[in-house]
Design a protein around this ligand. Structure first.
Ligand SMILES: Cc1cc2nc3c(=O)[nH]c(=O)nc-3n(C[C@H](O)[C@H](O)[C@H](O)COP(=O)(O)OP(=O)(O)OC[C@H]3O[C@@H](n4cnc5c(N)ncnc54)[C@H](O)[C@@H]3O)c2cc1C
Length: 382
């Protein structure tokens, strides 16, 4: 019987599988996708400095950074709002680091993780869609759809992402009633590693330097998102530029527009008998602050530590699972509270919110210790 069966070898599940590759434990990872494919399309992911450190230890960072333009350092973040005063910039030099974070594409990251998994010898089975997880006192049974053979393991690690609806896992879901419109934008001048967070009328926009262009995430209400997606490219670029005001006005072309509904989804509880959830399967956060994968990566890393600390015979037992859950509680809830708070403070354009928001941004700009704490939270989590 394998020690662990990981359901979902997306970025978080793959990270855990790699972290345990040399542990001597018997690990199997299952994923519905075909080898080399992703089911989630592409998106620009902002990774924290802490995320880089984890990927470096797994040997993934070097192979990711080898591909031209696959990793783009963020040296400055420009935060501003339209129709109100208050703005601030966060600089890498304030944090004493070469970069505030890094932008990678989801597809490039997944490909680098898949390559590392290939080399590691971990048993990864692609094209396996899991239907449910059943548990008994001594093991979990992971049951694929369409008559596939169930796998019994000491511990089922559920890393199947958002809304996958695996039977046997309780999740609470709150629809934000918002949609993220994402895509890539070319600009006339090079980005110089500057990212923007713009609280525009209609919804916040994150503009992330990626390769030789920008990736953007624009949060809108569903009707507005539909009409933005339907616009011809030129008209979209004009509307986008209008929201950016004078912060940046040299947008040329847009490509790869898509949308994602935005939800807050939480596994309740995140651990139960012989089951642990990690990554988006445990907590799906609003992308407003680019925290989701960063938190998920820390889930994978801390789960590895809890498993190794407990030893093989204790894998999947209550004390090991409780120890992991306790270690993750503060960071998990801080991620939820931080993003949820930002959505309410920054996701609205009501005039009575614009003013205190402006004060907040101005204070952040004027009080260096405050700025340093904020920058630290963005880089390493709570
Ligand atoms: C628009 C947008 C922008 C974002 N930007 C950022 C950002 O800047 N920074 C950041 O940190 N995070 C960001 N995120 C969040 C980030 O994308 C997620 O946190 C991350 O992808 C979670 O990884 P995961 O491995 O948990 O789940 P997923 O990426 O969803 O992977 C799940 C895997 O499980 C597999 N799977 C699913 N169901 C089954 C099944 N039944 N059987 C077998 N396999 C299955 C899938 O094929 C997939 O490979 C953003 C999210 C969105 C929507």
């Amino acid at each position: 019987m394998p020690d662990l069966c990981i359901v979902g070898a997306g970025p978080v599940g793959a990270t855990l599988a790699l972290a345990l590759a040399d542990s001597g434990l018997d690990v199997v990872a299952l994923d519905a996708r075909a080898p080399g494919a992703t089911l989630r399309g592409d998106r620009s992911l902002a990774l924290s400095h802490g995320a880089r450190l984890i990927l470096e230890r797994l040997g993934v960072w070097a192979s990711l950074a080898e591909a031209a333009g696959a990793v783009t350092p963020i040296v400055r973040i420009d935060v501003s709002q339209s129709g109100g005063f208050g703005s601030t910039t966060l600089d890498a030099s304030d944090a004493g680091l070469p970069a505030l974070g890094y932008v990678v594409s989801y597809v490039a990251l997944q490909a680098a993780l898949d390559r590392a998994l290939d080399r590691s010898g971990v048993d990864v089975r692609y094209g396996v869609v899991v239907d449910r997880v059943e548990t008994a006192p001594a093991s979990a049974s992971i049951v694929p759809v369409a008559g596939g053979t169930p796998i019994a393991a000491r511990l089922a690690v559920v890393a199947d992402g958002t809304g996958a609806g695996l039977a046997g896992i309780e999740r609470v879901r709150r629809d934000y009633g918002q949609v993220a419109v994402i895509g890539k934008l070319e600009t006339r001048a090079p980005h110089g590693g500057v990212a923007y967070e713009r609280f525009a009328r209609g919804g916040p926009i994150a503009l992330l330097p990626e390769g030789d262009r920008y990736g953007f995430v624009w949060t809108l209400d569903p009707g507005e998102a539909q009409s933005m997606l339907a616009l011809p490219d030129d008209a979209f670029v004009s509307r986008f530029a209008a929201c950016f005001g004078n912060r940046r006005d040299d947008f040329l072309r847009v490509s790869s527009r898509k949308s994602f509904p935005l939800v807050l989804e939480l596994a309740r509880p995140p651990v139960s008998n012989r089951i642990v959830t990690i990554g988006n399967a445990s907590q799906t956060l609003h992308p407003v602050a680019g925290q989701g994968f960063n938190v998920g990566l820390r889930d994978a890393w801390e789960l590895k530590r809890a498993i190794l600390a407990a030893g093989r015979d204790a894998v999947g037992l209550r004390p090991m699972l409780e120890a992991y859950a306790a270690r993750r509680r503060a960071d998990r809830w801080a991620g939820v509270a931080f993003t949820h708070g930002l959505v309410h403070l920054f996701g609205t354009d009501l005039p009575f919110v614009r003013w205190p928001r402006g004060v907040g941004l101005a204070m952040l700009d004027a009080v260096p210790p405050l700025k340093r704490s904020f920058t630290r939270a963005m880089l390493f989590g709570a």
